[in-house]
Design a protein around this ligand. Structure first.
Ligand code: SF4
Length: 391
């Protein structure tokens, strides 16, 4: 029986804390300024949602993201995390996202005490003018202090996020950012190109011509520089945008790219459970109300067919630099990659955008900067595949 036929329960849990001190210029995440009453209501509802969800215990990973989880206050956050752990059991990887503005040594010590073992810091840039552009309300000095505080409290698995292709940046400032990151003696770096999310002030400024995005060639050069510089600095490039020191790949995010089952708790959190995909309502009051009335927090549950799931697995696996392990893929999805994607595989092998190596099909070096373009070919199985009908 292929693994996808087995009833599964998520072992990877994401919990969304939808609050921030203020809204960043570019932010498309679901979050709003923290109000004490809202915070209490949401946290209680999240505990209730988690309690009634079918999960595998003990879970493999717990990831507390947002928003800015620590902006609700250190004591409140740690009390909440203890309640979460009482439901899930101890976990191998327990990550909390931290905004440099919200954390000090006391908070890190408390998080360590609770059992958190991984810290993900939303640094974004070490150049003040770039932080100002993004609407991040801290200084590069504050990022350094935050990382030092986490280290002093005993954290040995610290990651940061960086953003490139910020309109007032250039290759020189990006190289500076990368070198600074390498010098911090941290374990994980995510490097994303700035995206112009719908309905954000950033997108509106671009549409009205106030902001001009970095041109495609410069964006590509910055991305390729990140791969070169971080690899030379001892970080393994293991996913399109992610780099890790040996032994420090993010297990939680690997679960997404392996298309494992996961549960998202909280407003706007997404889940993939059994043959369903769903996203909780992105409205705090409606979320709290639905949970309070023992209703489903999701608006709609989408049924994923075996073929759709196999296509998603192909797209997600290709994001990893190791690519699709063809034997594992067949075992997991019940389909061979050539059975579903013969034409797409052949076309991209021929144009050197894909390569086959040691039983794995992966993006070539040339394809990495244009990954989305290649991944589109795997969003749906080949049309001429026997028995395929486009819905
Ligand atoms: S801190 Fe993160 S979640 Fe909050 S507004 Fe800024 S980018 Fe968005």
């Amino acid at each position: 029986m292929p693994e996808n036929k087995r009833p599964e329960m998520p072992k990877f849990i994401y919990i969304h804390i939808p609050f921030c001190q203020s809204k960043c210029f570019y932010c498309g995440f679901f979050s709003r300024p923290a109000d004490k009453r809202d915070v209490e209501k949401v946290l209680d509802a999240e505990i209730a949602e988690l309690k009634k969800s079918a999960i595998y215990r003990p879970v493999e990973t717990l990831y507390i993201g947002g928003g800015s989880p620590a902006c609700i206050g250190g004591q409140t956050l740690c009390d909440f995390l203890k309640k979460i752990l009482a439901i899930t059991g101890q976990t191998k990887e327990f990550t909390v996202e931290i905004n440099p503005n919200d954390a000090d040594e006391k908070l890190f010590a408390e998080l360590k005490n609770v059992g958190v073992n991984r810290i993900s810091i939303g640094a974004q840039s070490f150049v003040q003018s770039e932080l100002d552009f993004l609407g991040r309300k801290y200084t590069p000095e504050k990022i350094f202090q935050t990382i030092q505080s986490a280290k002093k409290s005993g954290f040995k698995n610290i990651g940061i996020d960086l953003i490139f292709a910020i309109p007032n940046s250039n290759l020189k400032s990006w190289c500076q950012n990368l070198q600074t990151a390498i010098g911090l003696d941290i374990q994980h770096i995510s490097a994303y190109s700035l995206t112009y999310e719908k309905n954000t002030p950033l997108e509106k400024s671009k549409l009205s011509g106030i902001v001009k995005s970095v041109d495609e060639n410069a964006d590509r050069e910055m991305y390729e520089t990140a791969i070169k510089t971080l690899s030379a600095g001892g970080f393994e490039h293991y996913e399109i945008s992610n780099f890790a020191a040996a032994g420090f790949k993010c297990r939680h995010n690997l679960a997404y790219w392996k298309n494992e089952q996961y549960l998202g708790v909280g407003p706007a959190a997404a889940s993939s459970s059994g043959n369903f995909r769903f996203e909780n309502v992105n409205d705090i009051d409606k979320y709290v109300q639905r949970i309070g009335q023992n209703e489903d927090a999701a608006d709609e549950k989408i049924i994923i067919t075996d073929i759709e799931r196999a296509a998603q697995t192909a797209v997600l696996n290709l994001r990893l630099t190791e690519g699709i392990n063809l034997a594992e893929y067949k075992q997991k999805t019940g389909f061979g990659i050539y059975e579903l994607f013969k034409a797409s595989v052949e076309k991209n092998l021929k144009s050197n955008l894909l390569e086959l190596n040691g039983g794995c099909l992966r993006l070539s070096k040339n394809a990495l900067p244009i990954a989305d373009f290649v991944l589109c070919d795997f969003a749906e199985p080949d049309e001429n595949r026997v028995g395929f009908r486009r819905r």
